[in-house]
Design a protein around this ligand. Structure first.
Ligand SMILES: NC(=O)c1ccc[n+]([C@@H]2O[C@H](COP(=O)([O-])OP(=O)(O)OC[C@H]3O[C@@H](n4cnc5c(N)ncnc54)[C@H](OP(=O)(O)O)[C@@H]3O)[C@@H](O)[C@H]2O)c1
Length: 332
């Protein structure tokens, strides 16, 4: 394949943040945007210098000028947009949380595998240079066997009706929006999970304001993770091993510094700024894999996404919360 032509579905906040990062992605071109209204698509295209603007999602998903689709809608819409993209033979990069439900995630994974297209969750953190460095430090055995992951992710937000962060039908709540980063990295360092304990505080409309998640991992190790909209919080992560620990400096979901601590040894700091706003790395990975004809990324494989979705859904269920994937008009 001679370069990958990307289209974005959903002209919202994250779409605007990632659009400028395409200039840092070798072999990728951002060629199209789709919005539910033509005016919004046109304005987004003008703002970001994108050649094609579609006033509905279907036209982009059927366009022969698009190879791969980045899905930037609220979580409940991810499933239907991804399924329609895959049905049209497009590769997909799906924002986190991958879907609103485990069943929806499984449908997308099954469809992508059946069609033989590339699919990946856009969990940008895994691709940032210092997170890659942390994985290498662990692989070299510098902190021994990983036995614990501790992390917090707070983002202070006042409740606002209609905002996707607080609306049940838009997949609102701290677990799918913030907890996803914590569980994802805990799963990356410690593997799959055998038991899950989640305590939550809820807004009056029943959406989680904050969550404290404890995981026992299947192989060994424990994770202790907290997130919420009710305070600012540092956003720090510690990866604890039998011979030392790594601090992923705040904010851990888009870090540029890690510090390696070992008893009796001066702390070692590794610093590497991401290129652009940090989203370029996940697009570089997806673009490279698509160009090579791969259907998954070994750094963010679909099996990990399914495991993370299983954990997040179990956390929600413990709070009595049942999310749903939405039907997106015009795609089925
Ligand atoms: N990786 C990151 O750093 C990061 C950061 C923020 C968000 N995210 C993820 O990106 C996704 C979008 O988040 P966002 O903050 O960009 O949300 P947002 O600003 O609300 O934008 C979402 C867009 O989705 C489209 N959409 C489709 N159906 C919709 C519906 N029923 N209601 C509202 N919007 C609908 C809209 O675009 P049109 O009107 O153009 O169709 C809307 O602008 C979420 O899954 C979120 O978790 C990731």
């Amino acid at each position: 394949m001679n370069g990958v032509r990307w289209g974005i579905v959903g002209a919202g906040s994250i779409a605007g943040s990632v659009a400028g990062d395409f200039q840092f992605v070798p072999g990728a071109a951002l060629v199209a945007i789709a919005s539910r209204t033509q005016e919004k698509a046109d304005a987004f295209a003008d703002r970001h210098g994108i050649p094609k603007a579609f006033g509905n999602y279907r036209s982009l998903l059927e366009s022969p000028d698009v190879d791969a689709v980045y899905i930037a809608t609220p979580h409940p819409q991810h499933r239907d947009v991804a399924l329609a993209a895959i049905a049209n033979g497009k590769h997909v990069l799906v924002e986190k949380a991958f879907t609103a439900t485990l069943a929806g995630a499984q449908q997308v994974v099954d469809a992508a595998r059946a069609k033989g297209v590339f699919a990946m969750e856009a969990l940008w953190t895994r691709f940032l240079p210092v997170v890659a460095a942390a994985r290498e430090v662990v692989a070299w055995g510098r902190i021994g066997d990983v036995v614990a992951v501790q992390g917090d992710l707070y983002a202070h937000r006042e409740f606002e009706a209609g905002n996707r962060l607080f609306e049940p039908e838009l997949g609102g709540g701290a677990i799918l929006d913030l907890g996803v980063y914590l569980v994802n990295l805990a799963q990356m360092f410690l593997g799959d999970v055998k038991s899950i304990d989640c305590m939550t505080r809820l807004f009056p409309n029943g959406v989680e304001k904050a969550a404290a998640i404890t995981l026992a991992h299947t192989a060994h190790g424990l994770s202790s993770l907290t997130c919420g909209f009710d305070g600012p919080g540092p956003g720090r992560m510690l990866v604890v091993g039998t011979k030392g620990w790594i601090e992923i400096e705040p904010r851990f979901h888009h870090p540029s510094v890690i510090t390696i601590h070992r008893p009796g040894v001066l702390p070692r700091v590794i610093e590497a700024a991401p290129s652009g706003r940090g989203y370029s790395h996940e697009f570089a990975e997806a673009t490279k894999r698509i160009s090579e004809g791969a259907t998954e990324s070994p750094t963010m494989p679909l099996s990990d996404t399914l495991e993370v979705m299983r954990v997040l859904e179990a956390c929600l269920r413990q709070a009595g919360i049942y999310r749903k994937d939405a039907t997106v008009e015009g795609l089925r």
